[in-house]
Design a protein around this ligand. Structure first.
Ligand code: NAP
Ligand code: ZN
Ligand code: ZN
Length: 360
């Protein structure tokens, strides 16, 4: 008979898990493996709530295997290191993002693109090399191979820095890769949520002109005055959208739900790039003619490799880029998920794991 989550490994662990498509999270006893030669054991202090956690808790992508302990914006402190660990020592401040394993030998892995490895092992809702399920950061401890652990620069706060581990790298990587980081360019950011607001901060640091494209008029003031965006478009306002046609070099689309692409494609200049990072649960309709008229490019991007994740964290620390967060206790998580589903968060919930997760 298959071992229960509590019996799979020798180290007791405790977290909150979703058990079914309701997505409702509740206390969950499970276990973590012993610290292997290349592993570090991490005491989790903070964990951000990404919209992906919500998609997975509710099985919106059809790939969820319950129970699921979500969480892939994990900040903590190293409490134990394996004999062959070279990057970290006990007491180091570290982070773990969306992945905890890959093959480390394929072409993608060799090019520091573990995120595109066909054998990627995600931080939760995946199966680890030893055949056991992976569980994420809504929990007290984590054991991870040091290759998938990043060093947190001294001046980066662990709470507001946590969202960088997914939202940060997911927006930094495509802005760099697609060359949307050149001063003077005009870039649109679709969706002012967790990913979107960090994208604005990176784009600002790169020196590009930023237009936020949002469904929520009430976010305008904060976007312009606090985040420093240059302009704000309400995507449902046809006149505003029309006036901004043919004006952008690139658009990063972080929207979490199905939405029309035509109005966005129309905002692009010739050769403009629309880069999708949001992951709606159903396919979007692609109008082809407006792509042809202007040689426009549609692309996608998924998180980033470990080397680039470290580079992104160092860049964020240097430029004082952190997320705007609402710190919550663990037992607020179901309310937080419900608010996240209504885009009612400015702009990221972060769970104060160490101070609020009480073992049952
Ligand atoms: P979030 O905080 O909920 O933000 C998403 C934003 O999308 C909302 O704040 C809202 O912004 C906009 N939005 C929501 N419903 C919409 C609709 N029906 N039409 C148009 N816009 C809508 O979520 P997040 O954590 O930033 O994640 C965003 C998406 O990226 C999710 O699908 C997530 O799974 C995905 N993701 C992808 C990667 C990757 O590697 N590619 C990594 C992490 C997350 P406004 O109110 O401003 O319109
Ligand atoms: Zn995420
Ligand atoms: Zn690989």
């Amino acid at each position: 008979m298959e071992k229960s989550p509590e019996e799979q490994h020798p180290i007791k662990a405790f977290g909150w898990a979703a058990r079914d498509v309701s997505g409702f999270l509740s206390p969950f006893n499970f276990s973590r493996r012993e610290t292997g030669e290349k592993d570090v054991q991490i005491n989790i202090l903070y964990c951000g709530i990404c919209h992906t956690d919500l998609h997975c808790a509710k099985n919106e992508w059809g790939s969820s295997k319950y129970p699921i302990v979500p969480g892939h914006e994990i900040m903590g402190v190293v409490t134990e290191t394996g004999g062959k660990v070279t990057k970290f020592k006990v007491g180091d401040k570290v982070g773990v993002g969306c992945m905890v394993g890959s093959c480390l030998s394929c072409e993608n892995c060799s090019n520091n693109l573990e995120n595109y490895c066909k054998k990627i092992i995600l931080t939760y809702n995946s199966v680890y090399h030893d055949g056991t399920p992976t569980y994420g950061g809504y929990s007290d401890i984590l054991v991870a191979n040091e290759h998938f652990v990043v060093r947190i620069p001294d001046n980066l706060p662990l709470d507001a820095g946590a969202p960088l581990l997914c939202a940060g790298i997911t927006t930094y990587s495509p802005l760099k890769y697609f060359g949307l980081d050149k001063p003077g360019m005009h870039i649109g950011i679709v969706g002012l949520g967790g990913l979107g607001h960090i994208a604005v901060k990176f784009a600002k640091a790169f020196g590009v002109k930023i237009t936020v494209i949002s469904t929520s008029l009430h976010k305008k003031k904060k976007a312009l005055e606090h985040l420093g965006a240059d302009s704000f478009l309400v995507s449902t306002d046809k006149d505003q959208m029309k006036a901004a046609m043919d004006s952008m070099d690139g658009i990063l689309d972080t929207a979490s739900a199905v939405h029309p692409l035509l109005p966005l494609i129309s905002l692009l200049k010739s050769h403009g790039k629309l880069v999708m990072v949001g992951a709606p649960d159903r396919p979007l309709e692609l109008p082809v003619f407006p792509m042809l008229a202007g040689r426009k490019i549609l692309a996608g991007s998924g998180i980033g490799g470990m080397k680039e994740t470290q580079e992104m964290l160092d860049f964020a620390a240097e430029h004082n880029i952190v997320a705007d967060i609402e710190i919550i206790p663990m037992d607020y998580v179901n309310t937080a998920m419900e608010r996240l589903s209504r885009a009612d968060v400015k702009y990221r919930f972060v769970i104060d794991v160490a101070n609020s997760l009480k073992a049952a």
